[in-house]
Design a protein around this ligand. Structure first.
Ligand SMILES: CC(C)(COP(=O)(O)OP(=O)(O)OC[C@H]1O[C@@H](n2cnc3c(N)ncnc32)[C@H](O)[C@@H]1OP(=O)(O)O)[C@@H](O)C(=O)NCCC(=O)NCCS
Length: 241
């Protein structure tokens, strides 16, 4: 499945590259508009526009913009994990006026197509899909937040989401990155999340999912936690006991 640069209602897809100052500005403005509560992670977006970043040695990163009717309306940040047959989806979001017209579903398909290409570039036959961490409605602090979390979960379910049966804690940030200091994240706490696979066709056809591979890919290769980290032990406690 090739990456389609044109989507629903005339939407177009654009890859943001580190050297392109105007696209970087558009991407950061969109990020702040759609994810205002994640402002401190903006340096992560910049890092991902480099494709390969020394602080993310096991991922090939992408930052995409979506334009529709002359307006920048969508942002996607995701990575192929270079030594695995799957990826990680960090952010997907649209401005409110661009939601509910099928752009999200289309962007998920394009992500899978790109991950397929990336996996082949790294010697795999294709991608199994990508992992996402989704807020659990049960942890919401208000009715509005719960409804929002339900909606996100519903969107991913429509995209074929498989909820992996492991207790999962989301680390605050990738370990040891050189662009955000520990001090800047001192108010952040790890959060329990659903760990979810958005499968490609090949991933959806698997008889058995290798949960250990998924957990290791995300914790060791994306977040770069040490092998004996309590989050890894906890996530695999049921699987390996
Ligand atoms: C979650 C999110 C990315 C989904 O994107 P989206 O473009 O709205 O997703 P889709 O349009 O593909 O599907 C969503 C809705 O559109 C409907 N839809 C899909 N195709 C459609 C079409 N051609 N015409 C009309 N409606 C359509 C779907 O049935 C669904 O219905 P809903 O109204 O019950 O939500 C978007 O809501 C968003 O940006 N949210 C804020 C950021 C966020 O929470 N990101 C996820 C975590 S990083």
């Amino acid at each position: 499945m090739p990456v389609e640069r044109e989507g629903p209602n005339g939407a177009t897809l654009h890859e943001v590259k580190a050297g392109d100052a105007s696209q970087l500005e558009i991407a950061s403005n969109l990020f702040l508009k759609i994810f205002p509560e994640d402002k401190r992670y903006l340096p992560y977006l910049y890092a991902c526009t480099r494709g390969r970043h020394p602080s993310h040695p096991y991922t090939l990163d992408h930052v995409w913009l979506v334009q529709q009717a002359g307006e920048w309306v969508g942002l996607r940040i995701f990575s192929h994990i270079t030594n695995r047959a799957f990826g990680h989806g960090a952010y997907i979001g649209f401005t409110s006026r661009a939601r509910s017209q099928g752009l999200g579903g289309w962007l998920v398909e394009q992500t899978l197509a790109q991950l397929d290409e990336d996996a082949r570039q790294f010697g795999k036959s294709g991608t199994l899909g990508y992992l996402v961490e989704i807020e659990r409605p049960i942890d919401a602090g208000s009715t509005e937040e719960r409804a929002e979390n339900e909606k996100r979960l519903q969107f991913h379910r429509r995209c074929g989401a498989i909820l992996l049966p492991v207790p999962f804690m989301e680390p605050v940030m990738i370990e040891g990155v050189d662009y955000i200091s520990t001090a800047e994240l001192q108010d952040e706490q790890p959060r329990p999340m659903h760990l979810v696979l958005i499968p490609s066709k090949a991933g959806a056809a698997l008889q058995n999912l290798d949960i250990v591979d998924f957990v290791h890919g995300l914790y060791l290769d994306v977040y770069r936690l040490p092998k004996d980290h309590p989050f890894i032990k906890s996530a695999l406690s049921y699987v390996l006991s």
